[in-house]
Design a protein around this ligand. Structure first.
Ligand code: CLF
Ligand code: SF4
Length: 293
């Protein structure tokens, strides 16, 4: 039975293009049904996603669950290799649990051969992990940038939790505690948990090995150390504060350090909340007849 379970897990990894580089023949679609966010990241740049690096406004037009399912069906006709439906923004999927769950349910009801995938900052994960499991989410990403509240207070100016806006160390500690508890709960339910860490030079670059060790201990199976995109034209707060992006060699060193305990993903494309197609071959332009996206 253990062997069967492992074979099923392996199959779920090998057919998901983010979880396995070898799965590049499969495509993913992101459905942008989650506008709100419950935390503020200093690097939030309103364009990219899954890293939870995105915000409402600039990305795609937002969709209702019904519109999102229609979008999926249209894309599936054009790109039959579509094998993953992800919800990754443009805010946080679990700050918008109703639309997120409704969308996942509606997609699951189509009974296509699909993986349901969610990417979250983890603040609300503990409250929704059972619902995600019940609807069939096996692939879950949590963005964890640090496990130290002093570092966290440099990354997160505030966290909105239990009807209160928290700031400073308390905000960071609350987020970290909830992320780690949510991670453990998801892993215990058998989900394939991937961790994204945004590499911020001078802030968390000497800390990624500690993050990797802790998430490994709690049951994560893959780690994606992704570079901060700090260019001012991307609108990043850090960009405005003079924060720079990591260099290629800094990225390699961080992955090497984190790789001591966690398997590393190195083919991430830092997708948008409305990404479509195979990784690295996004094709929104030719998808919408009306040219609206
Ligand atoms: Fe999307 Fe993320 Fe699922 Fe992939 S993206 S929700 S795990 S289906 Fe993939 Fe894009 Fe990198 Fe994310 S390449 S940003 S890791
Ligand atoms: Fe932006 Fe994502 Fe951070 Fe929310 S979790 S502030 S959407 S980067």
């Amino acid at each position: 039975q253990m062997g069967e379970l492992l074979a099923t897990q392996q199959a779920k990894i090998e057919t998901h293009p983010c979880y396995s580089k070898q799965a590049h023949q499969y495509a993913r679609i992101h459905l942008p049904v989650a506008p709100a966010c419950n935390i503020q990241c200093n690097y939030c740049n309103r364009k990219f996603d899954c890293s939870n690096e995105s915000r409402p406004g600039v990305v795609s037009k937002l969709m209702s669950p019904a519109e999102a399912v229609a979008r999926y069906q249209k894309v599936k006709m054009r790109i039959p290799e579509t094998r993953v439906v992800g919800i990754a923004g443009p805010g946080d999927p679990l700050a918008n649990p109703k639309s997120t769950i409704a969308t996942l349910k509606a997609v699951a009801a189509l009974q296509h051969e699909l993986h349901l995938c969610v990417s979250t900052n983890g603040l609300n994960l503990l409250d929704h992990v059972d619902d995600l499991k019940a609807v069939g989410v096996d692939h879950l990403t949590i963005t964890i940038n640090c496990i130290d509240a002093d570092i966290g207070s440099k990354i997160y100016p505030w966290v909105y939790f239990n009807h209160k806006r928290l700031r400073g160390r308390v905000a960071a500690q609350t987020l970290i505690d909830r992320q780690l508890a949510g991670l453990k709960a998801a892993a215990d339910l058998g989900m394939l948990v991937k961790i994204n860490t945004v590499l911020i030079p001078g802030v968390n670059d000497h800390h990624v090995a500690a993050v990797a060790q802790e998430v490994k201990r709690l049951g994560a199976m893959l780690h994606n150390v992704m570079p901060l995109i700090a260019e001012a034209e991307h609108g990043t707060y850090f960009g405005l504060m003079g924060q720079r992006s990591p260099t290629e060699s800094e990225i390699a060193a961080a992955r090497e350090a984190a790789g001591q305990s966690m398997e590393q993903m190195s083919h991430c494309q830092q997708c948008r909340a409305d990404a479509v197609g195979k990784l690295g071959q996004d094709c929104h332009a030719d998808l919408d007849d009306d040219g609206s996206s």
